[in-house]
Design a protein around this ligand. Structure first.
Ligand code: PEP
Ligand code: MG
Length: 579
């Protein structure tokens, strides 16, 4: 007896526990006429729901651990403020009285009216507030319908050890749930390179996304097994299966503790080639995880996370303080701060206002393009990074570079900001290394040009694959096409590594491919020496490095690079990994 739900396994590991369904998708609401004499009861019911929602949110806010990123708290504060707004509290009451309808229908009608207003707004920031209205309305509807909203922190203990099943999770929600001790999660939508997925890997939470599971398939309290590596959720299973998974779980734990033994060992191949292993981080707590995993520093600090889930833009001082606190944890280890990579899938509440709505955000005003257009957003960040460089080994990295002109513009701006700081007698490292991300095929094809002008290059395979293969990294419908082994991708990576070598400029890789031990030998054989990966992957990668003989890899790696056949490439990779 077995039943499974399949999806995309985005974070390995086995979790065994009970289902905890989180606010599932849309709530169905129907219109009902309320007899005149009961109208005020309906109004009272609505007001009670608003009070309950406020209490729930306040309780959530109070339960957030102290070390939680400020952006997550801001996110909840925004919702609390919206619950004070008459558009959401008084207007539905008027509708109940005027139309003599039920509270749920009044709330739905008001939501639809607000949504239309938001849709017609020119300001993209305000347009995104529609999602916040929807979150609040869903919470209220569930209270009105007597459904458990599952967000009362009294339930915190109930969350511990559970497997959360949801329509979707934002990165902020993922962090919160992690704090509440969930064992893993499954979402109906989402792709392997969404930021929620990247976070799950950073936090070491087994997870599956893109299941397209319908609400009827799982129920609260169902015992399930989540296999993150295979991307399956077992909803029915017998004792033998359960025992098998428990055994696997124990083996995984044992393996993890064995791997922890590698933490303080240098990453060196069997024949003595020294490799550098650094970590990718998004949140403050990842920096601690990076240290625990023995990272030699931070190879990618995704600074945009400081800008998410809040309605204001952090100023220079706030950014500086954030960088300094990370430097403190790193105790002298190097950090590469990537300048803002906003836009596309990385929505930020406080994005600069624009008249223009990008028809295709991944190809639009994203990352460095957005920053160059909005110097008011970029300059304070450049100042903060430069000022942080006075206090520790900081490098700066520019995302999404695609042309020489763009690069020149950035470098000129950095020089201007340096002069400005100098005039103001503010300390910074004049020789701060400036690097660029190679994420666009155009940049990979002209890597020599970038290498001549920059101190280092870092290959962002997440985007490089997206743009090379023309597949949206967050669209689960095309996930099957996402292939790091595609010959075109491998050739571009090789071109970048070779260009770096030719110009004596270090090349690292900070895309997710660098953290996948299946590709470690291939990348070593291609000449990569600097890897930056999510903290939980670092020891797995180090383990492969320790077992690799560089002299043995070259021949098979060459065969892979000269092959166009995906099936043969996969076979060769197996041979390479079994050597
Ligand atoms: C990448 O594109 O590979 C990368 C590391 O950047 P991000 O995933 O943040 O877009
Ligand atoms: Mg990228």
């Amino acid at each position: 007896m077995s039943a499974t739900i399949s999806g995309i396994g985005i974070s390995h590991g086995i979790a065994i526990g009970k289902v905890y369904r989180l606010e599932w998708g849309k709530v169905e609401v129907y219109e009902a006429t309320i007899p005149k004499e009961l109208i005020e009861d309906e109004v009272a019911k609505f007001r009670r729901a608003v009070r309950s929602a406020r209490q729930q949110l306040k309780a959530i806010r109070n339960s957030i651990p102290e070390n939680t990123a400020a952006d997550i708290i801001d996110f909840i504060d925004t919702h609390l403020l919206m619950l004070e707004d008459t558009m959401l509290t008084a207007a539905p009451v008027e509708l109940i009285r005027q139309r003599q309808c039920n509270a749920e229908w009044a709330l739905k009608s008001q939501r639809d009216a607000l949504a239309q207003v938001f849709d017609e707004m020119d300001d993209p920031y305000l347009r995104t507030r529609k999602d916040d209205v929807d979150h609040i309305v869903t919470r209220l509807q569930r209270i009105l319908l007597g459904e458990d909203t599952h967000t009362d922190p009294q339930n915190d203990e109930q969350l511990r050890g559970t497997i959360v099943v949801a329509h979707d999770l934002t990165p902020a929600e993922t962090v919160l749930l992690h704090h509440q001790g969930i064992a893993g999660f499954v979402t109906e939508s989402g792709g392997p390179l969404s930021h929620t997925a990247i976070l799950a890997r950073s936090l070491g939470l087994p997870a599956i996304v893109g299941t397209h599971v319908t609400p009827q398939q799982v129920h609260d309290g169902d015992a399930v097994i989540l296999d993150g590596a295979r991307g399956v959720l077992l909803t029915e299973f017998d004792d033998t299966t359960l025992k098998k998974y428990r055994r696997q779980q124990r083996q995984q734990q044992k393996r993890r503790s064995e791997l922890r033994g590698l933490k303080d060992k240098a990453a060196v191949t069997l024949d003595g080639t020294r490799i550098h292993l650094l970590a990718n981080v998004e949140l403050h707590e990842d920096v601690l995880a990076a240290r625990r995993a023995g990272a030699e520093g931070i190879g990618l600090y995704r600074s945009e996370f400081l800008f998410m889930n809040r309605s204001d833009i952090p100023g220079e001082e706030e950014q500086l303080q954030q960088y300094l606190s990370v430097l403190k944890i790193l105790k002298g280890l190097p950090i590469t701060i990537r300048t803002l990579d906003l836009g596309s899938d990385k929505e930020c509440g406080a994005e600069p206002p624009s008249e223009h709505i990008s028809p295709n955000p991944a190809l639009g005003l994203r990352a460095i393009r957005l920053c160059l257009k909005h110097a008011d957003l970029f300059r304070p960040q450049l100042r903060a990074i430069l000022r942080a460089s006075a206090k520790g080994p900081v490098s700066m990295m520019i995302p999404m570079l695609s042309s020489a002109q763009e690069l020149n513009e950035v470098l000129t701006l950095i020089e201007e900001v340096k002069e400005e700081l100098h005039r103001e007698r503010l300390a910074f490292d004049r020789n701060i290394p400036i690097g660029g991300m190679i994420e666009v095929p155009a940049a990979a094809l002209s890597a020599g040009l970038f290498a001549r002008k920059l101190d280092f290059l870092s290959i962002g395979t997440n985007d490089l694959i997206q743009y090379t293969l023309a597949i949206d990294r967050i669209d689960d419908e095309v996930t099957y096409l996402y292939d790091p082994l595609h010959p075109a991708v491998l050739r571009l990576i090789k071109m970048v590594i070779d260009a770096g070598r030719q110009h004596d400029v270090p090349v690292s890789m900070c895309g997710e491919m660098a953290g996948d031990p299946r590709y470690t030998r291939l990348l070593l054989g291609m000449g990569l020496r600097d890897f930056s990966a999510p903290p939980p992957s670092l020891l797995e990668v180090k383990n492969v490095i320790h077992k690799s003989l560089m002299t043995q890899l070259a021949a098979v790696v060459n065969d892979i690079l000269n092959n166009d056949d995906p099936a043969e490439i996969s076979e060769l990779l197996v041979i390479l990994n079994e050597m």
